[in-house]
Design a binder for this molecule. Structure first.
Ligand code: 13P
Ligand code: SF4
Length: 398
């Protein structure tokens, strides 16, 4: 089979996306002007040249030595990921957070829920820092605690449902939701272990209540052999989640109505188009994509799985990848003997991951050198205790 190793014009990365075109400080400026921004970058960190930032970050990192560990999620931009002592998907980074007790500071280049998890799993003397506190995750925000508690109360009030439901939350959720799962016999999963975790849940109950990503929940159920008619979506904006009590009695999965806005963009049409334009191309997607896309992809998995799969493929392979653009671009740059492009020709970065700009990294590292901890993430008390129970169940399961 002959592959065209030139990316068709349609897939030239970044077409039509401002954030991607400007890897400079476009978002930094926008963000600085955002009212209510809780982690204001000091003025002196604005307008520093890229070269100067590299010098200052390198100098601060060298001074901090083994006292510091920098963790970087695969969706971080190149200018950040180059500083990471460890890169990974959410699962791998959670393990790293728990296995470096020598570090006094863990700087987590990722989003809020990842830093919360690191704090919960880290030793008490360790301080976890998220360079920009406004780096959240819109999917995690889709399951606020009061809506979750309302859903749970409604389900527990139904005869034939009460006592049969095991709550499972995707790592992409607040510490409070993880704690809710821990306190109610439930568990956390990531995109790399969701099937094993859901199996664990079905060994302990008859139904799984899956938060907050309906797509990961649905794709996991389908992969395990369940059908779409074994699943319902709980819509927190509808009374009783939008379904009848009889339907909840029958169903195996109750999927929270959440999604990732980055992964929801990938479509069946894009898969067909890629296959038409690049004969022999393999479609590789993240399980946060809709099940119609996952069902026709050649391979599906976490960010770590995506990287490993492409890396293990022979030179000349072609891959259309359905995940965040910084990861796809880096893969393409690092493996020029393969044809690697994003399934969606106009995709933007995950805008919240993108908030970790090098200027923020310079700020938090230079503060550490002076003995100051800025932008610390701390999860305390009962929330930390029960979230840790749910996370440790996951770590023991997979
Ligand atoms: P991974 O755990 O696969 O890295 O996914 C994290 C994420 O946020 C995907 O959108
Ligand atoms: Fe959240 Fe989606 Fe960004 Fe992942 S890619 S951090 S799920 S918004």
């Amino acid at each position: 089979m002959t592959l065209q190793l030139k990316i068709p014009e349609k897939y030239a990365v970044g077409k039509g996306c401002d954030a991607d075109r400007s890897l400079g400080d476009l978002l930094l400026r926008t963000e600085m002007s955002t009212k209510g921004n809780t982690s204001r970058l000091p003025k002196e960190y604005m307008g520093i040249s890229d070269e100067e930032l590299v010098r200052r970050i390198g100098e601060a990192k060298a001074k901090l030595g083994a006292k510091l560990v920098i963790l970087g999620h695969h969706y971080q931009r190149d200018e950040i990921i180059r500083w990471a002592d460890f890169r990974g998907d959410s699962f791998k980074l959670a393990r790293h957070a728990a296995s470096h007790p020598e570090a006094e500071a863990i700087v987590f280049c990722g989003v809020h829920f990842m830093a919360e998890t690191a704090d919960i799993l880290a030793a008490p003397h360790q301080r976890v820092i998220l360079p920009n506190l406004s780096a959240g995750c819109s999917m995690a925000d889709m399951a606020p605690t009061e809506d979750v508690l309302q859903c749970w109360d409604d389900l527990q009030a139904m005869a034939g449902v009460k006592g049969k439901v095991i709550p499972v939350t995707y790592m992409n959720s607040t510490a409070a939701l993880k704690a809710f799962c821990g306190a109610n016999g439930g568990i956390v999963c990531t995109s790399s272990n969701a099937a094993a975790v859901v199996k664990w849940a079905f060994e302990r109950g008859e139904k799984v209540l899956f938060f907050p990503d309906q797509h990961l929940g649905r794709n996991t159920g389908l992969k395990m052999g369940y059908g779409l008619d074994d699943m319902l979506v709980w819509d927190p904006f509808q009374p009783m989640g939008g379904n009848s009590e009889a339907a909840y009695r029958k169903t195996a999965f109750i999927l929270w109505n959440g999604h990732c806005s980055v992964h929801k963009r990938f479509t069946v049409d894009q898969v067909n188009e890629a296959r038409k334009r690049v004969p022999g191309v393999k479609i590789l997607v993240h399980p946060e994509c809709v099940h119609e896309v996952v069902g026709i992809a050649d391979a599906v998995g976490s960010t770590e799985f995506i990287i490993q799969t492409v890396t293990d493929s022979p030179p000349g392979s072609a891959w259309a990848v359905g995940t965040e653009i910084n990861l796809v671009k880096r893969l393409a740059q690092e493996q020029p003997d393969k044809l690697i492009f994003c399934l969606d020709p106009v995709i933007c970065p995950c805008s919240t991951m993108y908030r970790v700009h090098p200027a923020y990294l310079a700020w938090v590292l230079e503060a550490l050198v002076k003995g100051n901890v800025v932008n610390e993430i701390k999860v305390d008390g009962e929330v930390a205790r029960w979230a840790k129970v749910a996370l440790e169940r996951m770590l023991a399961t997979t």
